[in-house]
Design a protein around this ligand. Sequence first.
Ligand code: ADP
Ligand code: MG
Length: 476
Amino acid sequence: MNNDHLKVWDACLKVIKDNLPLQAFKTWFEPIVPVRLDNYAMTLQVPSHFFYEWLEENYIDLLRKVIKKELGAEGRLEYSIVMENNTTKSTPYTVKLPALNKKSLKNQPVNMPLNISENQIRNPFIIPGLKKVNVESNLNPAYSFENFVEGDCNRLARASGYAVANKPGGTAFNPLLIYGGVGLGKTHLAHSIGIAIKNQFPNKTVLYVGSEKFAHQFIDAIKNNTTADFIHFYQMIDVLIMDDVQFFAGKEKTQDVFFHIFNHLHQNGKQIILTSDKPPVEMQGMEQRLLSRFKWGLSADLSTPDLETRIAILEKKMYGNGIELPSDVVEYLAYSINTNIREMEGALTSLLAQASLNKKSISLDLARQMVDKFVKNTAREVSIEYIQKVVSDYFDLPVEMLKSKTRKREVVQARQISMYFSKRMTKSSLANIGAHCGGKDHATVLHACRTVMNLSETDKQFRGYLEDLEKKLTLQ
Ligand code: ADP
Ligand code: MG
């Protein structure tokens, strides 16, 4: 009785598998865990909200059919979302938060003129002379939470952004500082928070501004003798999103004015969201007092997404654009561009443009040419992950095997070949290659490379494998 859900789901999977391309089945159905069956309601555990949405958007008809087939007309489907239980409930954060230090705030002089009524303030975003203060949030609707794919690389940042969006100014995450390398989603996430706040609290004044723009506005204000207006305008905002604060480095005056605005907002319970390409400890040329403010709330980082997340991001973007790509193309993009999401998207866009301009179909070859042409520096460097994928496909082995410790003959050979190509074609160290290939040490990798070279000299069939693989890997 207790195993009913397993049996039923197994039966469902059989039908689903027959009706889907293998890759789609692997991507979207293998990760599902059936958890229970109560009263004709089957509960499926899925890894993320996005996953659930994807199933509902793309496979609901198929799911409905198989559930009805197995459970009869009353059959129903429910989902349990693993990650979300961990991240969006009350206090899931394991990060220590520094206590809010209101006392020291009070000691900071905020010596700004306070006797101008709001409708006289000049809005630095609009043409001078216009009286009405009408704050345009500058938010890009495409950068919503819905479009922001969750992964290990962004879980804390996303969850804290979510918390802030639900209670702007009312959490310990003030300021919320999101930091991470180029193209990893800081701007996107910052917009998501702003959009979610606007949706839930339409009366709040939300403002997104890039630090560079802020600095220019400030310089203009000095020129035009309107700094008081400038400061007042910013002090009026309920939710201030300041993107790329690292730009303030070395700009003392701008830091100074931002410091006062920051204090005013913070003291008044207004939410501040900052992004930066570095964590506060590494921000040079930033005044100490400002840095210490940045550390008051929560600093959350965005790191490089893993392969699954990269694929999910690509799928999301494709879905958003209403397009479909062969899964080998998507995988190729995700495998070969592994540091910067913006570049990955850029390659996707160029690919679509190329394909539609030249009326070519989007093939793996076209994808390779595109990546070669448009992706900085990655031109000839393939990743270990990609090599493993090509090699395991070639020998028709699951790629996990290469990463495992299995000592089966065929696997050992494929693994050694992957190590050999990784050494030749990537800049990875022997130790790093070993770590990717079943946790081997550098000596094992070296040994593998020698074995492969020896075999290629003595064994004709083996040499054939290497030549085939080399062709596949060197993109022609
Ligand atoms: P940053 O500001 O860190 O340089 P962006 O926010 O501009 O990076 O992100 C670069 C691109 O990558 C954007 O188009 C963004 O939509 C996309 N992107 C980044 N992270 C994600 C994610 N988790 N899900 C979906 N798209 C993402
Ligand atoms: Mg940015």
